[in-house]
Design a protein around this ligand. Sequence first.
Ligand SMILES: [Fe+2]
Length: 289
Amino acid sequence: MSSVKPSFAPPPGAAADWTIPQDWRSYTAAEHAMWDRLFERQSKMLPGRVSPTFLQGLDVLRISKPGIPDFDELSERLSKLTGWTVVAVPGLVPDEDFFRHLANRTFVAGRFIRTPEQIDYLREPDVFHDVFGHVPLLANPAFADYMQAYGEGGLRSLGMDAIHRLARLYWYTVEFGLIREDGGLKLYGAGIVSSYGESLFALDDPSPNRIGLDLRRAMRTRYKIDDYQQTYFAIDSFEDLLRQTLETDFAPLYAELAAAPDLAEGAVLPEDEVITLGTQAYARAKAAS
Ligand SMILES: [Fe+2]
């Protein structure tokens, strides 16, 4: 789940904090089968490519159990580990509500699941993206603290004209982040690990840049919402991501960044710690088509 909408009222049937009942019993056999199909495809491909922390989260939360997970059952396991819970929402929620949920260690997840026609791409996050993609890392204490710190930072930033900066940070870490582990790069971003195509592209394709994460740099960089990324940023560890976030004084940073030009999706700067200099062949071919 990401946050892109300004403040407005929740739809009928949703609580004031935008949550809705998951109503797990109302899922059809076809919906559970869709989850199983997506789960099987990703869980076959990810070992060796994804951070072991993600696989540990899948395991300890028993997300491999067949069918769409029951959020109450999942929350019971997760809250014992890191104090996080998972709640259902009807779709994208306003920024302030999204930040408040994260600050309270609540992860908001879509309850619907994609149709077979949408198997490879959908614009709004569904339960597979939100639960398979995001929830396993919430079992890791450092990542769990990072998500809470992000929500708290978001609440503090309201009124500072900084939402787009924070959205970029979320995008390049929580959604599309890479991590240096076991002598190589591994996947951890939910947008990657829940996508078959991008799980391959982000690690193996020569097109994208792979650059060491610098918070300032990521917050200046535009991103593509509807295609593979032109640049991926890699962290050294979840502890380091948390440390960088806690040690950054964001209010003066927003003021500093307001004077700095935005960077294009595929830009490379002399000061970047370049791990892989991408050819950008994929993005160029897309632009030409
Ligand atoms: Fe997401």
